[in-house]
Design a protein around this ligand. Structure first.
Ligand code: NDP
Length: 280
């Protein structure tokens, strides 16, 4: 039996957990597959993907900073990738690559199934308007969120993201400086990469009430500043993005292999490796 080739493309990608996650999923079904991490610069991404396809690559995950570039390279797109304008899952088809985006569904699954959070009718503040933010907004709206406010350091990107959604009654963009006037939210999602520099965001305490859940899409050390702020501000729950990471990977895996893996043992294994940085 031929071993099928999969990979994650990013820059940097050395510390990606995706190879571990996909190999663990494959083990659950006794599947033989190869899954590697490929570092490609933004300029070299398209060529690296061609090389991978020529060498028999049949599926790939795409991470920072290539999600929007991947969107532009696809011959076919799923409806949710189309809405997001970003792709994290590529599947080889006769015409080239088919693009999907499992980030949003992965986050929603982590929040609703693992954390038992009902998103229907909720108010959500989204910090950031990069590739990850684009992926999650359609899924949050589909999950029944009533009010979504997007704030980004570079305001025009938040405007573009909301315009693309075309739901002005539910999704609006605001300036970072306006945050003090927005009131409180039931869910605050940090989709910025500010924590990569160890930076804490400047956020008013008025965003939080005693029922607020805070989620940082990143994990490990990168998530520490935001999670520390959320706990100090009195959030009911503060969680990192490890659950989302495993769930989005499971959705990619199911798309490629037609089998839904059990995410819990893989999540627990990663949580142990991650020295339990998040609560919940
Ligand atoms: P992008 O580079 O596409 O976007 C980065 C975002 O962070 C932009 O909105 C940017 O604002 C903002 N930002 C960066 N630095 C600061 C700062 N100092 N203050 C305020 N805003 C800042 O990255 P992604 O969207 O792809 O990823 C964002 C985070 O989400 C990363 O940490 C990534 O690891 C994580 N992630 C986790 C996933 C998971 O499965 N758990 C999946 C995908 C991403 P501006 O537009 O002004 O530059």
């Amino acid at each position: 039996m031929d071993t099928k080739r999969y990979a994650v493309f990013g820059h940097p990608v050395k510390h990606s957990l995706s190879p571990f996650i996909h190999r663990e999923f494959a083990r659950q079904f006794g599947l033989s597959l190869s899954y590697e991490a490929i570092d490609a610069t933004p300029e070299g991404f398209a060529a690296a993907l061609d090389t991978f396809a020529a060498a028999g690559g049949v599926g790939a995950n795409v991470t920072l900073p290539h999600k929007q570039a991947a969107y532009g390279l696809c011959a076919r797109l799923s409806a949710r990738a189309q809405r997001a304008g970003a792709v994290n899952t590529l599947t080889r088809i006769p015409e080239g690559w088919e693009g999907d985006n499992t980030d949003g569904a992965g986050l929603v699954r982590d929040l609703t199934e693992r954390r038992r959070l009902d998103l229907r009718g909720r108010s959500v503040l989204l910090l950031g308007a990069g590739g990850a933010a684009r992926g999650i907004v359609p899924a949050l709206l589909d999950a029944g969120v009533l009010r979504l406010v997007v704030v980004n350091r570079t305001p025009v990107k938040a405007d573009e993201l909301c315009d693309r959604l075309g739901e002005p009654d539910r999704a609006t963009s605001r300036y970072w400086e306006d945050m003090r006037e927005l009131g409180d939210f039931e869910l605050i999602v940090n989709a910025t990469s500010a924590g990569r520099d160890g930076q804490a965001l400047d956020l008013p305490l008025s965003l939080v009430n005693s029922l607020t859940t805070a989620v940082d899409l990143s994990y490990g050390e990168v998530a520490i500043p935001f999670l520390a702020w959320a706990r100090a501000a009195g959030c009911r729950l503060a969680v990192d993005g490890l659950g989302m990471l495993v769930e989005q990977a499971a959705l990619s895996f199911a798309h490629w292999h037609g089998k839904r893996p059990d995410t819990e043992p893989v999540y627990q294994a990663l949580r142990e490796r991650d020295v339990a940085l998040a609560t919940g």
